[in-house]
Design a protein around this ligand. Structure first.
Ligand SMILES: *Cc1c(COP(=O)(O)O)cnc(C)c1O
Length: 247
């Protein structure tokens, strides 16, 4: 059985290989190690292997893990559904939020971001598959939300994130990733700080990197098998990221 160190290396190598294959620089494609449901010592092992950025989906679980690893200079990304009554701990403990899908959440994060921390880096989540089970804005809402978020001084708009529908054929998925890439390029012309396309997981990593992903999100491929149910903060009635929350 491979361990976390070996799996991290093989994921990183695969991403490097795919990036080069599409003429991209490997350092422009980050691997976000999605540590949700995995214990803090697994995060430490991944860190030892070279992982620097970690993704968490559940507020309470993520914060407990961050607080239990005070000496780890890791970058923490919140990638789960976010309800407005849970924004404060996220604004306080995380470096990034990938799942901004409405202005109200962005405003609360902005108001609650502590003054002694740098602005919270954020991505807008786009429901590129127009899937009723997925969170995210529609394509025709991207520019308005981006403009509103950009105006919030304690947030730094960095890009877009997407979770496509599960059952797409390769051609449809490629078209959707291509549209995400085009939206990102459009945003970059408006807001020069935009540099992040959070797109691609284990099964669609190659296609995502081909279409400009700068951040692939990999959980089980690094940490191994995930227990079916979580001890804390499981995906709630909130309608977002359903499929990932229950896998
Ligand atoms: C869980 C999750 C991932 C990683 O999924 P794995 O199946 O563990 O690789 C990526 N992105 C999001 C938004 C997730 O919730």
């Amino acid at each position: 059985m491979a361990n976390i160190t070996e799996r991290w290396r093989s994921v990183r190598e695969k991403v490097d290989t795919v990036a080069k294959q599409y003429g991209r620089s490997p350092e422009n494609v980050r691997v976000l190690a999605v540590s949700k449901t995995f214990p803090a010592h697994d995060v430490e092992e991944a860190w030892q292997a070279g992982a620097r950025e970690f993704g968490e989906n559940y507020v309470q679980e993520g914060i407990e893990k961050i607080q239990s690893l005070p000496n780890l200079a890791a970058t923490w990304h919140f990638i789960g559904p976010l309800q407005s009554n849970k924004t404060r701990p996220v604004a306080t403990h995380f470096d990034w939020v990938h799942t901004i899908d409405r202005l109200k959440i962005a405003q609360r994060l902005n108001d609650q971001r502590p003054d002694d921390l740098p602005p919270l880096k954020v991505c807008l989540q786009v429901n590129i598959s127009a899937d009723p089970d997925k969170a995210g804005v529609r394509e025709d809402e991207i520019l308005d939300l981006a403009e509103a978020v950009q105006a919030l001084p304690r947030l730094e708009l960095r890009g877009l994130m997407t979770i496509p529908a599960l059952d797409l054929d390769a051609a449809t998925l490629a078209q959707q990733f291509q549209r995400m890439q085009a939206w990102l390029e459009r945003l970059q012309t408006l807001y020069p700080a935009v540099d992040t396309l959070s797109m691609g997981m284990s099964d669609d990593l190659e296609l995502a990197v081909q279409h400009g992903s700068t951040c692939v999100r990999i959980g089980r491929g690094i940490f191994g098998h995930r227990a079916a149910k979580l001890s804390t903060g499981k995906a709630s009635a909130d309608n977002s990221n359903k499929a990932e929350g229950t896998q």
